[in-house]
Design a binder for this molecule. Structure first.
Ligand code: 5GP
Length: 144
């Protein structure tokens, strides 16, 4: 997958946006959508995506980039409020060699705690009830 790979309408995040695949949603608006990562690196690991069909940073429009980072900031505040971490990683990987595995652009929001080792990237599925509980905690903070 190079940085000029065309967008595939059947990627898993496109299916989530169309409601064809399930997700633990925490936030949505006209241009963005946020949900729990199914294989979290830490508890509270959340993903933020644009509705615009872009593969990575290099085919994303400026308008979609603006709303994507605005929602990332908003959700990062809620993740911080819900989990009280020592730090928060906000990360975006463009291209397989950079670590991208799903080819619809997304920001990761990953809480971190001193002395707590992160899970490996995209390795271990979390239980649905745990993800649902974490989504509820973040949604509750977004409502305040
Ligand atoms: P990337 O490697 O592309 O930066 O990140 C893709 C992320 O999507 C990974 O952290 C992975 O755990 C997550 N992921 C992959 N498939 C699914 C899925 O079907 N649902 C959800 N919620 N997350 C997924």
């Amino acid at each position: 997958m190079s940085l000029t790979t065309p967008y595939d309408d059947n990627n898993i995040f496109a299916k989530i946006l169309r409601g064809e695949a399930p997700a633990h949603k925490v936030y949505e608006d006209d241009q963005t959508f946020a949900f729990m990562d199914i294989m979290p690196m830490m508890e509270g690991h959340t993903l933020v995506i644009p509705r615009e069909p872009a593969v990575n940073m290099f085919d994303l429009s400026e308008d979609a980039a603006t709303t994507l980072i605005r929602t990332t900031r908003k959700v990062a505040h809620a993740v911080r409020g819900a989990f009280d971490p020592h730090g928060v990683i906000c990360a975006q990987f463009s291209g397989a060699p950079a670590g991208q595995t799903v080819f619809h652009i997304h920001f990761h929001i990953i809480p971190s705690w001193e002395g707590v080792e992160m899970n490996l990237h995209a390795r271990k599925m979390q239980e649905a009830d745990v993800l649902a509980d974490h989504a509820r905690r973040i949604t509750a903070k977004l409502a305040t």
